[in-house]
Design a protein around this ligand. Structure first.
Ligand SMILES: [Zn+2]
Length: 177
């Protein structure tokens, strides 16, 4: 049995943010319910946020193809509403992040499962499900991509973001600079 299971159905707001210096930023996923002023915060890796953002866009494209009558999900966001403000009290660190879609409610479900150590039983991992509108997840994906790219300075040669560990520039035949 999971340590605990939590459903935010539906969320009134969901966002992600990174806090800290470039290269040492810590990423969070945060949401809350209308009825509960206490946000639910989860620690995630940058790569998990990146694949979540990609997965959301793919899922929304898929839904749009299968249900052409549904209104398009906008991806607009207001930056000040998307920012996360410390102090933060994360429930756990994400191990798995999954996506689903509930036809009946027209809601996208973001499922986050707690990370487990090697000697722990994965069946005990806590689970949180965020039930979001298509518009909420599209905003999350667009804003998430922006948060990811902002942590890295842009290379003046090729215009690509530079990783702190070094940048293989296509304009310089892959030489590190
Ligand atoms: Zn470059």
């Amino acid at each position: 049995m999971p340590r605990f299971e939590m459903d935010l159905n539906p969320v009134s707001h969901i966002t992600s943010d990174a806090i800290g210096q470039p290269g040492q930023r810590v990423f969070y996923l945060q949401a809350w319910r209308e009825t509960d002023p206490q946000p639910v915060t989860i620690l995630i890796e940058k790569i998990q946020l990146q694949s979540l953002a990609t997965g959301i866009e793919q899922l929304l494209d898929e839904i749009a193809k299968q249900k052409p009558d549904l209104p398009q999900a906008a991806g607009d966001f207001e930056e000040e509403k998307m920012r996360i403000t410390p102090p933060l009290d994360p429930l756990f660190r994400a191990g798995e992040v999954g996506l689903g879609y509930d036809d009946a409610q027209d809601l996208v479900i973001i499922l986050v499962r707690e990370i487990v150590m090697e000697d722990e039983d994965s069946a005990n991992a806590a689970v949180v499900r965020f039930w979001c509108t298509r518009t909420q997840v599209r905003s999350l994906a667009r804003w998430g991509n922006e948060v990811i790219s902002r942590g890295r300075p842009i290379c003046p040669q090729c215009g690509q973001p530079m990783e702190p560990e070094g940048h293989f520039c296509p304009k310089k035949n892959g030489h590190k600079h």
